[in-house]
Ligand binder design. Sequence first.
Ligand SMILES: *[C@@H]1O[C@H](CO)[C@@H](O)[C@H](O)[C@H]1NC(C)=O
Ligand SMILES: *[C@@H]1O[C@H](CO)[C@@H](O)[C@H](O)[C@H]1NC(C)=O
Ligand SMILES: *[C@@H]1O[C@H](CO)[C@@H](O)[C@H](O)[C@H]1NC(C)=O
Ligand SMILES: *[C@@H]1O[C@H](CO)[C@@H](O)[C@H](O)[C@H]1NC(C)=O
Ligand SMILES: *[C@@H]1O[C@H](CO)[C@@H](O)[C@H](O)[C@H]1NC(C)=O
Ligand SMILES: *[C@@H]1O[C@H](CO)[C@@H](O)[C@H](O)[C@H]1NC(C)=O
Ligand SMILES: *[C@@H]1O[C@H](CO)[C@@H](O)[C@H](O)[C@H]1NC(C)=O
Ligand SMILES: *[C@@H]1O[C@H](CO)[C@@H](O)[C@H](O)[C@H]1NC(C)=O
Ligand SMILES: *[C@@H]1O[C@H](CO)[C@@H](O)[C@H](O)[C@H]1NC(C)=O
Ligand SMILES: *[C@@H]1O[C@H](CO)[C@@H](O)[C@H](O)[C@H]1NC(C)=O
Ligand SMILES: *[C@@H]1O[C@H](CO)[C@@H](O)[C@H](O)[C@H]1NC(C)=O
Ligand SMILES: *[C@@H]1O[C@H](CO)[C@@H](O)[C@H](O)[C@H]1NC(C)=O
Length: 385
Amino acid sequence: MASRRGSLALVVLCSVLVLAPHGAAKKPRLVPAMFVFGDSLVDVGNNNHLAQCNLSCKANYAPYGIDLPCRSPTGRFSNGYNMADQLAQLLGFAKSPPPFLSLSNASVYQRMSTGGINFASGGSGLLPETGFNTCGEVIPMSEQVGNFTSLVRRRSGSGRDRTAADLISKSLIFISVGSNDLFEYADNFTQANVSDPSRNDTEFLQRLIASYTGYVKDLYAAGATKFSVLSPSLVGCCPFQRAVAKKFNGSEQQSGCLGLANNLSRQLHPMIASMLQDLSLELPGMNYSLGDAIEMAEFVFKRPRTRDYNFTTLDLPCCALGEFGEGMCNTWVTLCQNRSSYFFWDRFHPTDAASAITANELFNDTGHFVSPINVQQLVAPGPRP
Ligand SMILES: *[C@@H]1O[C@H](CO)[C@@H](O)[C@H](O)[C@H]1NC(C)=O
Ligand SMILES: *[C@@H]1O[C@H](CO)[C@@H](O)[C@H](O)[C@H]1NC(C)=O
Ligand SMILES: *[C@@H]1O[C@H](CO)[C@@H](O)[C@H](O)[C@H]1NC(C)=O
Ligand SMILES: *[C@@H]1O[C@H](CO)[C@@H](O)[C@H](O)[C@H]1NC(C)=O
Ligand SMILES: *[C@@H]1O[C@H](CO)[C@@H](O)[C@H](O)[C@H]1NC(C)=O
Ligand SMILES: *[C@@H]1O[C@H](CO)[C@@H](O)[C@H](O)[C@H]1NC(C)=O
Ligand SMILES: *[C@@H]1O[C@H](CO)[C@@H](O)[C@H](O)[C@H]1NC(C)=O
Ligand SMILES: *[C@@H]1O[C@H](CO)[C@@H](O)[C@H](O)[C@H]1NC(C)=O
Ligand SMILES: *[C@@H]1O[C@H](CO)[C@@H](O)[C@H](O)[C@H]1NC(C)=O
Ligand SMILES: *[C@@H]1O[C@H](CO)[C@@H](O)[C@H](O)[C@H]1NC(C)=O
Ligand SMILES: *[C@@H]1O[C@H](CO)[C@@H](O)[C@H](O)[C@H]1NC(C)=O
Ligand SMILES: *[C@@H]1O[C@H](CO)[C@@H](O)[C@H](O)[C@H]1NC(C)=O
């Protein structure tokens, strides 16, 4: 009896804690809504709802979320908030908008106009097939974008909707995708044979860009005009790929990262940059802010200790199994002592301390890590026509 009362009190206390930042948020919201697309760096729980999705592509069990209010595992691939939450917080929201698959038909339209919706799915990629072999089931970008555009279509079909279109054009589209495509491609060639004569990186990367172009155009056609895009980081430096590098002697000098995978991200970034530049010339009123996750990671790897953060461990994850921390994070693992001094939370994902740096830079960096403008400038109200 005593313990039942104890847990009831805890539930009540937690709802207060969860609500507090919302009520306390004095900052005005800089956009009416935010719509999030991409992979596990920004998924806030869509994969929880996929019946065929493997446990290794879900994050709805302890110790995920250990630093969230009530230590609650929500499906975020982090110890705390992820980049979607952190960017949302900088824009004046309490956290990321809710996962699309958690919304009822009744609430989905309300969310369209206030706050927004998160469509992201861990394990997914730019190519429609990415993720299915490793995860069993994911929501590919094509479907994430399709779900958004069909909501917009159904809403404007219902009549009342100049305002709805206006709201979407003022809202922020946030996309972080591509890493899983690179992982799968690199895996194919590290495990089989790196010098396979049929390997053609350029052709593969051009396929990614062709898909990406289509998604941005579809979102624009549905009324979106403000795009914040983060390109894939040094994917070869995550603990899982470092372990692969060790096994196959494929590491870059000193860094210990997997060279093949990093080379792919380094080639992809300028391709995304010119894609966005071309699209902004082609599509009237389209604006974008592109974050360079490679530059951001290199900066922290070179200077892990500053006034704003202090990482002692850059190669091993906090929630680690296996000789090189390449095993899956699970409920029984002994965690590192101090989560904010680790760059990686699990074998693929940053800690909330690390992702917060990225969110900050997307929001207010001037010229080093974002181009041509930052998110704060992107969402600033334009001159009235
Ligand atoms: C929700 O909306 C979709 C699309 O309009 C419809 O197919 C589905 O039956 C609705 N579900 C419920 C529970 O009303
Ligand atoms: C589930 O994940 C494991 C490990 O990543 C993988 O070997 C297996 O093929 C996956 N299962 C399905 C059905 O995709
Ligand atoms: C999202 O899109 C997919 C593919 O078009 C569709 O099968 C699915 O029903 C959509 N989901 C919802 C909840 O509308
Ligand atoms: C990896 O290899 C498999 C099997 O040959 C293939 O089906 C898949 O498309 C390849 N993936 C990438 C990203 O190249
Ligand atoms: C990899 O493929 C190349 C080209 O086919 C071949 O010359 C080389 O012997 C292969 N290496 C291994 C380790 O299989
Ligand atoms: C790789 O693909 C690109 C684009 O399709 C093509 O121009 C190039 O000739 C290919 N390279 C090789 C070595 O086949
Ligand atoms: C990696 O290097 C070590 C030492 O040079 C060598 O013994 C081992 O066979 C190499 N492994 C592979 C997969 O090439
Ligand atoms: C990565 O790119 C660098 C510079 O272009 C090159 O020297 C290196 O061999 C590449 N590494 C791999 C594993 O492809
Ligand atoms: C957005 O793009 C338009 C051209 O499409 C340009 O005139 C405007 O200055 C851009 N806004 C910002 C904030 O860069
Ligand atoms: C944990 O690490 C952070 C960042 O390095 C540091 O600021 C903090 O003081 C540490 N906490 C403890 C209890 O050591
Ligand atoms: C960073 O953390 C380490 C270990 O906790 C500590 O020794 C060092 O003084 C800290 N550096 C800064 C700049 O705070
Ligand atoms: C960016 O904004 C965050 C949050 O307001 C602040 O903590 C940080 O110091 C700012 N950075 C710069 C370079 O202005």
